[in-house]
Design a protein around this ligand. Structure first.
Ligand SMILES: [Zn+2]
Length: 172
């Protein structure tokens, strides 16, 4: 049984509270900071699952965000460092930021669900064998992996000094 508001403590010492009771909103509180958000991933991935299983896996996914936060933080730092280049104007800079944010979000979602899989173990496989939800899982894993790949490529491309120009490189 998943309680309304569960106190959790991450492996690196940060504590928080997680509520996945509501179908429309999840709440993750990190210290005193509440982070309410729509459970988009859980809606797609848990479609067709019974109430208890849905809440349990959703809780693990949300906890996964907290547990993998250092990874997300590190990735954001890497993106900032690798993206710290001169841009041709505000538009190029904005494109670069959007690409980085999309790639970051996709990777963090994938790693949070990977955490849920690791923690639920065999139960995860049992649940999805019983309630397959192939389309939802395809959209999540396929969609996020595609987003992560293409946004990373876009991020790299938009960070190049001449990315604003469509002209081919000049041949000497
Ligand atoms: Zn998530």
């Amino acid at each position: 049984m998943v309680k309304k508001l569960q106190r959790v403590r991450s492996w690196y010492g940060l504590s928080g509270e997680i509520s996945v009771e509501n179908r429309l909103w999840h709440l993750v509180k990190v210290g005193p900071v509440p982070l309410p958000h729509p459970p988009l991933v859980n809606l797609v991935l848990r479609k067709g699952l019974p109430h208890e299983e849905r809440l349990r896996l959703s809780f693990l996914h949300e906890f996964g965000h907290l547990q993998t936060f250092p990874l997300a933080f590190l990735l954001a730092g890497l993106l900032l460092v690798s993206g710290h280049r001169r841009h041709r104007g505000l538009r190029a800079l904005l494109k670069h930021i959007v690409a980085g944010a999309i790639a970051h979000e996709a990777v963090w979602e994938l790693s949070s669900e990977a955490y849920a899989i690791a923690m639920a173990g065999l139960e995860y496989r049992r649940i999805y064998r019983r309630y397959p939800n192939r389309l939802g899982r395809f959209f999540f894993w396929g969609g996020r992996a595609t987003l992560a790949t293409f946004a990373s490529l876009w991020f790299r491309h938009s960070g190049k000094p001449n990315s604003g120009s469509l002209a081919p490189p000049s041949v000497v």
